[in-house]
Design a protein around this ligand. Structure first.
Ligand code: CP
Length: 375
């Protein structure tokens, strides 16, 4: 493990190890206070953030390291047109590890390909946000003591919510996990998550638009914000923004040991009166995220020391190069200069491929697919 771009980059064993380390850090922070002395974390944030940027900053400081970076692209040479690839190469000369957030899907992948130091994806558009998921897993483990045999409800924006997709992907690897997907019709979980994750892992799930109906069965309720910034039609956002509001009254029907989570920021989908309920875990989740980020920084710096070679991010993947173009306007390939369009084959028979940067699905023509399969 050198860089972390998405949850599938991490095996269950690696996640277990990170949870163990994060747990030890939470109990004995003093043991780790000098672990990163002399090391520098670069936080490159092209998009707003409170928790992720500040928790990485706090994590590195509590490990005894230093932090540099920018919190918006306007104060970097991105405004002059500098590419993500060049930025990653440049920052590799100043820092030991990079945490990067960008609205461009696949930006962290490009950074990891070009940096000589580990890169952590701290959110790339609607694609992935793996450190949120790692913090979420640590919270579930601390609250429930296990990942198996749980009924997990996801409520709100299941279409654009990258934290939802990543947590579904991570939890699907554990036995006897059931999902209840609670959303309005327009914000349902995308079909690709159902087929490529839930069906692949044989995970049981139900869909409903009623939070009240779902609540009594849940061990975990993962509330999400309806993300205004992902809508192209403001009227559609106005129609959907108050679809779900969790209140003290609604919680009366929930289990006494329900764990209420939210990646935050909250707008109004959880009443502030719920904050006093012992089942509200979303502020614990914030603290857990910091411990998990400390564990991840330690792990990646140790891995980079053991193996300083640049990681081949395409190793072991069946790929098509330069023969198709990604059509996702938010993909990093739409703006980054001279970037090869690279796809991995998901289903050779059906010709289904995914862009390795943003993971948008495309269908290759059958002649092209035959050439690739023959290679
Ligand atoms: N949960 C989360 O990613 O929050 P920020 O956008 O504030 O980093």
């Amino acid at each position: 493990m050198k860089s972390v771009i998405d949850i599938p980059d991490l095996s269950v064993e690696e996640i277990d190890e990170l949870i163990k380390t994060a747990g030890d850090i939470a109990l004995h922070p003093e043991k780790y206070a000098k672990s990163c002395e002399g090391k520098i974390l670069a936080t490159l944030f092209y998009e707003p953030s409170t928790r992720t940027r500040l928790s990485f900053t706090a994590a590195m400081m509590e490990l005894g390291g230093n932090v540099l970076g920018f919190s918006e692209p306007g104060s970097s040479s991105a405004v002059k047109g500098e590419s993500v690839a060049d930025t990653a190469r440049v920052v590799s000369c100043y820092a030991d590890i990079i945490a990067m957030r960008s609205p461009k899907e696949g930006a962290a992948f490009v950074a990891a390909k070009n940096a000589t130091i580990p890169v952590i994806n701290t959110g790339d558009g609607g694609h992935a946000h793996p450190t949120q998921t790692l913090g979420d897993l640590f919270t579930i483990y601390r609250e429930k003591g296990r990942f198996n045999n749980l009924t997990v409800g996801f409520c709100g924006d299941l279409k654009y919510g990258r934290t939802v997709h990543s947590l579904i992907e991570a939890m699907s690897r554990y036995p006897d996990v059931r999902f209840v997907l609670i959303s309005p019709d327009a914000l349902k979980l995308p079909t690709f998550v159902k087929y490529e994750i839930l069906a692949r892992h044989n995970v049981l799930y139900t869909e409903t638009d009623s939070l009240e109906e779902a609540l009594p069965s849940l061990d975990i309720l993962y509330m999400t914000r309806i993300q205004k910034e992902r809508f192209t039609d403001p009227a559609e956002y106005e129609r959907l923004k108050d679809s779900y509001i969790l209140t003290v009254e609604k919680l009366a029907s929930a289990k006494s040991d329900l764990c209420i989570m939210h990646p935050l920021p909250r707008v109004n989908e959880i009443s502030v009166k719920v904050d006093k309920d012992p089942r509200a875990c979303y502020f614990k989740q914030v603290e857990n995220g910091k411990y998990m980020r400390m564990a991840l920084i330690l792990k990646l710096l140790a891995s980079a020391k053991e193996n300083p070679e640049t990681e081949d991010l395409l190793a072991g993947r069946s790929v098509l190069i330069n023969e198709m173009k990604c059509t996702n306007p938010r993909c990093i390939t739409a703006t980054e200069q001279e970037l090869d369009h690279v796809f991995r084959v998901v289903d050779a028979e059906a010709g289904i491929c995914r862009c390795v940067y943003c993971e948008k699905k495309v269908k290759a023509d059958s002649e092209m697919m035959k050439r690739v399969v023959r290679r």
